[in-house]
Design a protein. Structure first.
Length: 537
């Protein structure tokens, strides 16, 4: 490692000052709040969670055993049979009331999200926005998504066909730590309005946020037993959730997702999986460099890069690469880091020791093998135990781990390309396929490039929020990034079983009116030709 390549000994990113009288963890997570939120948790053991800002304990919590998980499913199944008989518009009204409540009381959950994840307040607010949008969408559209649908029958006028949608029963949901509001209750909302109960296993370290959302949904009118929460170690509680569920929703790593899928397959139940990503951003030669640089900051460093759809690979056309890197680096170095429960910081903390170790390993290995450190590259224990500066690497090549492995932290690698075809090929050269981004002044060109990228969502002139926030459209992964979709019709219909009811009238689909088998076969052959000629579907 040369001196020019070696990480700086002291950080360059400024610290965002805390406002006078700023709230502390003790002010927010009181014994009374913990008692209120955990009263519905089925758990006979004890565990705890901690805040990344300081490492201190936030709360003592109940821990569920396999027997507790079974008990939670039994209670949920009993409540679900009643909930499913509730008219869909009444179920939807719960979501609309929840929408209003979460916006009115957002300050409460923003504090919890920050304390449990370590993210900056603006990034925490993205979760509030996402959940409110999902609640509004399914509150307004659920009845249309779920209503019986008429289809053309086998024989026009003689066959009447209706497709019905029934709730699956009890959905088992395993939610991650990085977006504890959006990826817990945000995914559960369409399951509830479709008539299901949910047994959720949130990550223990960020469970207070999910429990707060449960409390608010009950206040909005959701029957308490319809929403069960179990807490505990993933390898212990997770398989039990899969073992009892009628359908499984999982967000997390690709490795664990494969295990969840295998468990679901063994029971022949459905599963949706949103898994890892190594997402790419393409900056074409005609892009607005200033806008692309500002967008890259959002795309790469929101929630300290601990976002499944954040950008970790940045491909820039060689004609503008130097200018782009200069402006991107300047914006990155100016980002303010902080721990305050208030707006003002541009980035917060990593969630814990494991994430810090991965980020540090990826950066140090890349630099030792010849990559250039353009910005960041150092931990900031002067701010908090798991802070790491937003980092830009140039000259990354294989077999550096950061080149192909998901970092899940505030680290992005810069690569240069000559042609559009080369950029598309490089972006697609990964087993992942979750999200990507294209920057160009030509919207039509951007959409054409987007269609060539093998990712579930593509954003043109934005990093991730445009596609994710458009909840009428689906969101999910291709390749190793998962199965199934959230949002839109697929985001609710996956929580239902389709049933076709076909009523035959007047004549049977069999020889009749004195026809023998051969005459019936001839009659049906002529009928099929006529139906094709008259464009029957």
């Amino acid at each position: 490692m040369t001196d020019a390549q070696a990480p700086a000994k002291t950080g360059t990113n400024p610290i965002a000052p805390a406002p006078a009288g700023a709230r502390t963890a003790a002010d927010v997570v009181t014994p009374e709040l913990v008692a209120q939120l955990t009263k519905g948790v089925v758990g006979s053991g004890r565990t705890a969670n901690h805040t990344p800002f300081s490492g201190e304990k936030l709360a003592d919590l109940p821990e569920s055993t396999p027997e507790d998980v079974q008990q939670a499913f039994e209670a949920a199944r009993k409540a679900q049979s009643v909930w499913a008989r509730t008219p869909v518009r009444q179920r939807a009204a719960v979501l609309l009331r929840f929408h209003d409540l979460i916006l009115e009381r957002q300050a409460e959950v923003l504090d919890l999200i920050q304390l449990e994840t370590g993210k900056a307040r603006l990034h925490a607010h993205e979760e509030v926005q996402s959940v409110a949008v999902a609640a509004r969408h399914y509150g307004r559209r659920a009845a249309a998504y779920l209503k019986p649908k008429r289809h053309a029958g086998a024989v026009p006028t003689l066959t009447k066909v209706t497709e019905l949608r029934h709730p699956r029963g009890v959905v088992g949901q395993i939610a991650p730590w990085n977006y504890p509001l959006e990826l817990s209750v945000g995914d559960a909302l369409p399951a509830f309005v479709a008539g299901n109960a949910v047994v959720m296993k949130p990550d223990t370290e960020t469970c207070l946020t999910a429990l707060w959302a449960r409390d608010l949904l009950i206040e909005a009118g959701l029957p308490a037993d319809v929403f069960q929460v179990v807490l505990g170690e993933g390898p212990v509680v997770g398989p039990e959730v899969v073992r009892h569920a009628d359908y499984v929703s999982f967000t997390g790593s690709t490795r664990t997702g494969r295990e969840v899928a295998q468990g679901a397959a063994a029971r022949l139940i459905g599963v949706s999986l949103e898994l890892g990503g190594k997402n790419a951003m393409l900056v074409l030669e005609d892009a607005d460099v200033e806008k692309a640089a500002a967008g890259a900051v959002r795309a790469c460093f929101s929630s300290a890069g601990q976002l499944c759809i954040s950008i970790e690979r940045l491909y820039v056309h060689e004609s503008i690469a130097d200018t782009f890197v200069e402006r991107f680096a300047a914006r990155t170095k100016a980002m303010r880091l902080g721990t305050s429960l208030a707006y003002g910081a541009d980035m917060g903390s990593l969630v814990g020791e494991r994430q810090l170790e991965t980020v540090t390993r990826h950066v140090e290995e890349a630099v030792s093998k010849g990559a250039k450190l353009v910005a960041g590259g150092v931990a900031r224990p002067d701010i908090g135990p798991y802070f790491f500066e937003p980092t830009i690497l140039d000259g990354v090549t294989e077999p550096m781990s950061v080149c192909t492995e998901e970092t899940f932290g505030p680290v992005v690698s810069i690569y240069r390309f000559k042609t559009e075809d080369e950029a598309v090929e490089l972006a697609n050269s990964t087993p992942y396929g979750l999200n990507s981004s294209v920057w160009t002044k030509d919207g039509r060109r951007g959409r054409e490039v987007a269609a060539r990228l093998r990712t579930g969502t593509v954003n043109v002139n934005e990093g991730y929020a445009a596609a994710y926030g458009s909840v009428q459209s689906t969101m999910g992964g291709m390749k190793d990034s998962g199965l199934g979709r959230r949002h839109g019709s697929e985001g609710i219909l996956k929580y239902t079983e389709a049933q076709t009811v076909a009523q035959q009238r007047l004549l049977p689909l069999a020889p009749s009116l004195g026809m023998d088998d051969e005459k019936y076969a001839q009659f049906m052959s002529r009928s099929l030709r006529v139906m094709k000629a008259f464009r029957f579907r």
